[in-house]
Design a binder for this molecule. Structure first.
Ligand code: NAD
Ligand code: UDP
Length: 320
């Protein structure tokens, strides 16, 4: 049997968040020693409370935009710390820019010292409101740096540039994932993203808040599929950005209708202005993920939404 000291050691920043907590679960299940780090600005210890007390799990309460110290060896780093929902990053744009820039710099420095491989969580937002569709990794994007979403999009673009620089100058082993809209259990009910908003509203019998006329599209990936993509990319030898997402595209209005059907309520939209610079369409081209990682999504929206609904039912009633 492997002892703790034989185990690969992985640092997961943003470990108390939605994606980070699922990554903690996955890497523990794969037999790693997991060190989660989070300042809890948008995360929640409830997401990882089931891991406290496990001998291969540690938690550090720390802001990664400040110097990061981790005792002992590290084999891998997953940098997932960052507000991710528009209402979060619009509230704290400076912290968002800092964690993408200073936080990433700190973690790349740590990776260099520890000789660890580092994977950074980038986003489809680097493509902004895209002129080409679906989005391929070679597309350079259409981002407004001074618009409201600029704090997030540009932080992530800088993060990618810094990561490539550490790869090129210091030979750090780096991986860049461009994550498209992902959903699942442990999303915060009030994080303002469309899925938590619609599910919570439907479960409470409220009207669904559709921004704009609802003709804008998104492509939603179930969290387990994303985690599998991250796992494969981390262990691959490919250092250029890879899109991971589910190419099944849907308009926001149709998505609202789908959520209403799923929850057994009548679809009652309430229309609100479209936020500035809100991308009109988004769908990943996943050719690279298919060819390089042998990855493609397995959980379709019907199944993923059913699983997510269970979580929301429990938590919406608890919040009331
Ligand atoms: P989340 O808000 O649930 O998790 C982010 C976590 O990072 C939180 O626990 C938060 O407290 C922590 N954090 C933020 N700033 C920090 C700091 N300075 N120091 C330490 N911890 C800090 O969001 P999420 O959806 O889990 O997103 C995780 C990562 O994935 C983010 O980097 C995000 O940009 C990226 N991403 C997510 C999606 C998605 O659809 N969920 C899409 C694209 C990219
Ligand atoms: N949206 C909406 N109602 C809401 C929340 C979001 O119509 O209550 C829209 C939003 O304008 C966007 C899409 O849903 O077009 C996805 O928004 P989200 O914040 O989930 O993700 P992102 O815009 O970052 O892709």
């Amino acid at each position: 049997m492997a002892t703790s000291s034989d185990k690969k050691r992985i640092l997961i920043t943003g470990g108390a968040g939605f994606l980070g907590s699922h990554l903690c679960d996955r890497f523990l299940a794969e037999g790693y020693h997991v060190i989660a780090m989070d300042n809890l600005v948008t995360g929640n210890l409830a997401n990882i409370e089931h891991l406290f007390g496990k001998k291969d799990f540690e938690f550090y309460h720390h802001d990664v935009s400040k110097f990061v110290h981790v005792p002992g060896e590290l084999d891998y780093i997953l940098h997932f710390a960052s507000p991710a929902s528009p209402i979060d990053y619009l509230k704290i744009p400076i912290q968002t820019l800092k964690v993408g820039a200073l936080g990433t710099h700190n973690l790349l420095g740590l990776a260099r010292v520890k000789k660890a491989r580092v994977l950074i969580a980038s986003t489809s937002e680097v493509y902004g409101d895209p002129d080409i569709h679906p989005q391929v990794e070679e597309y350079h994007g259409n981002v407004n740096p001074v618009g409201p979403r600029g704090c997030y999009d540009e932080a992530k673009r800088f993060q990618e540039a810094m990561t490539m620089a550490y790869h090129n100058v210091h030979n750090v082993e780096t991986r860049i994932i461009r994550i498209f809209n992902t959903y699942g259990p442990r999303m915060r009910l009030d994080d303002g993203r469309v899925l938590p908003a619609f599910l919570s509203q439907a479960l409470k019998g409220e009207s669904l808040t559709v921004f704009g006329d609802g003709s804008q599209t998104r492509s939603f990936c179930y969290v387990d599929d994303l985690v599998e993509g991250i796992y494969r990319l981390l262990l691959s030898d490919y250092h250029m950005p890879v899109n991971i997402g589910n190419p099944a595209e849907i308009t926001i209005r149709e998505f609202g209708e789908e959520i209403a059907r799923l929850t057994g309520v009548e679809f009652k939209p309430s229309y609100h202005p479209l936020p500035e610079n809100d991308p009109m369409k988004r769908r990943p081209d996943i050719t690279k993920a298919r060819e390089i990682l042998g990855w493609e999504p397995k959980v379709d929206r019907a199944e993923g939404l059913r699983r997510t609904l269970e979580y929301f039912k429990e938590h919406v009633s608890r919040a009331e």
